[in-house]
Design a protein around this ligand. Structure first.
Ligand SMILES: [Zn+2]
Length: 169
């Protein structure tokens, strides 16, 4: 039995595939850049950030963490030729609302000791201040030996309330 979510996938995809004409795009992003942003459901990177199919890599995770995205960024740059990074965090991010100890506590309470042991020492990468979080991630990327100095790196905040982006770093 398919779940309603699975049914939505199949139905929506049938409509999408019926009009699909972009099967010949190249593997490397044509505009040679990568976007790191949050997994937040209120962000539509393609529309909000002007990204057409085939243009760019969009790397998403909780908080738009550059640390967590590093693996993908190295692949993006070294294997697939991207030369610029846009780091975009957002207002109202869930990662502003808790600390590591809180997340570990929830895991222990809801999932038990074995689960907590599995995640022992994991940094959930929360950040208490939005603009500072953007600056810190940009500083981290600029200081990383795994990211060449030739890669252009900028940091931004997307406002989920207005749809606007703001340059931070
Ligand atoms: Zn977020």
């Amino acid at each position: 039995m398919a779940t309603p979510i699975q049914e939505n996938l199949v139905k929506s995809n049938q409509e999408y595939a019926a009009g699909f004409k972009d099967g010949d795009l190249a593997l490397p992003p044509s505009k040679k850049y990568a976007v790191v942003t949050c997994m937040d459901a209120r962000i539509d990177p393609a529309s909000a950030f002007g990204i057409s199919l085939g243009d760019a890599h969009v790397i998403r995770n909780a908080g738009g963490s550059a640390h967590e995205a590093l693996r993908s960024l190295v692949i993006s740059e070294q294997l697939l030729g991207t030369t610029e990074i846009l780091l975009i965090k957002h207002s109202g991010c869930g990662m502003l609302t808790f600390q590591n100890q809180d997340a570990h506590g929830v895991v222990a309470k809801n999932l038990g000791a074995q689960a907590e042991a599995e995640l022992e020492g994991l940094d959930f990468l929360p950040f208490p201040d939005l603009d500072q979080g953007v600056k810190d991630d940009v500083t981290f990327l600029k200081g990383s030996k795994a990211i060449p100095d030739s890669v252009a790196i900028s940091g931004w905040v997307y406002e989920v309330e207005t749809g606007k982006v703001r340059h931070v770093a």
